[in-house]
Design a protein around this ligand. Structure first.
Ligand SMILES: [Zn+2]
Length: 327
């Protein structure tokens, strides 16, 4: 093909891209659309929790993703090359490619027209400190009761492109090469390098707490294993678990004491209102350990509606979106 024809084709593609981008952003209907059904497991797919934004933003596409993109850019400044408002939405650039907000889906331009096929990453307001079990109204309760059946018939799909780029891992082989060996609280595991420093600080703080608090000391002593990297999807979904990127760690106890260590265990055991289970029926982690993780950028899965109390996930951007006094 002659260079002129190639140039003409490029112009044509650019026009098509501009037109489709225009269609998406003019639509603007998702701002007022009903909330999507709740989704969960391994926690990183969550139903709408508390309002995401620290400050209510005026409606309109211009603001879409502004706060979240700012937080992502700050949290991963070593990876994010640029962020800007372009083609009707906020976007971040990694390795020369732009990822558009798309309600948390963070999609490249070619995937934006297919946004509805994908489930978003959740950016939520997170509260620090002790667990407060969430009140669930009857409407949400009905949806939660059906969640396992819905998952079986139509497991949510998340496009992995943004996370693959962010963590530099897009295949199991790449992941295996990226992970580093660490010892955490005396147990060996593998994690992504981005978490190593934070985990080291968590460990120091937990050790310090254990020296004063017998409950913490006992928990650490009873740990069966620590599981970081594990290439897998989130149970019941087609979304890559944060364990696949080595940015989540499970503290696996030797003994659950008859408590539910995961929301699915309760749901599958026939607990009808599993989301309302009290602390006495959930596996709990001593508060000083939760505090140490939170101080270092890890959210605790025990606070998710789809509770996963052995799970901690490195989400510094979530803390940037959550002021200290978040209710
Ligand atoms: Zn986990």
């Amino acid at each position: 093909m002659r260079p002129r024809s190639i140039a003409a084709l490029l112009v044509l593609f650019a026009l098509i891209a501009l037109t489709s981008a225009g269609v998406r952003t003019d639509e603007n209907a998702r701002e007022s659309a009903p909330a999507p059904p709740p989704q969960g497991a391994d926690g990183s797919i969550e139903p709408e929790l508390t309002p995401i934004r620290a400050n209510p933003l005026p409606p309109g596409a211009a603001a879409a993703g502004a706060e979240e993109i700012k937080a992502i850019t700050r949290a991963y400044s070593g990876r994010i090359e640029d962020s800007s408002y372009r083609d009707g939405e906020w976007a971040v650039r990694i390795d020369g490619r732009w990822y558009y907000w798309e309600e948390g889906r963070l999609l490249t331009a070619d995937l934006r027209p297919r946004a509805e096929e994908f489930t978003p990453l959740r950016f939520y307001r997170y509260y620090r400190g002790p667990l407060r079990i969430r009140e669930v109204d009857s409407e949400l309760a009905d949806r939660l009761r059906n969640i396992l059946a819905e998952r079986r018939s139509d497991p949510p799909v998340r496009h992995p492109g943004f996370q693959d780029a962010l963590y530099g891992v897009s295949s199991r082989a790449e992941a295996e090469n990226t992970m580093v060996d660490v010892t955490f609280l005396g147990r060996r595991t593998r994690v992504h390098p981005v978490t190593v420093e934070a985990l080291r600080r968590v460990e120091n703080e937990v050790r310090e707490a254990a020296s004063r608090n017998p409950e913490v000391e006992e928990f650490v002593g009873d740990l069966n294993a620590v599981e970081g990297f594990h290439w897998r999807n989130i149970a019941g979904t087609r979304a890559r678990s944060f364990h696949s990127y080595g940015v989540a760690v499970d503290l696996i106890p030797g003994y659950y004491g008859g408590d539910f260590g995961y929301w699915r265990w309760a749901a599958e055991a026939g607990v009808e209102d599993w989301w309302a289970l009290g602390e006495e029926d959930r596996f709990m982690i001593p508060q000083p350990i939760v505090d140490a993780f939170e101080r270092n950028g890890f959210v605790w899965g025990g606070k998710w509606l789809f509770f996963d109390p052995i799970h901690f996930e490195y989400r510094p951007e979530v803390f940037l979106l959550s002021p200290e006094d978040t209710e």
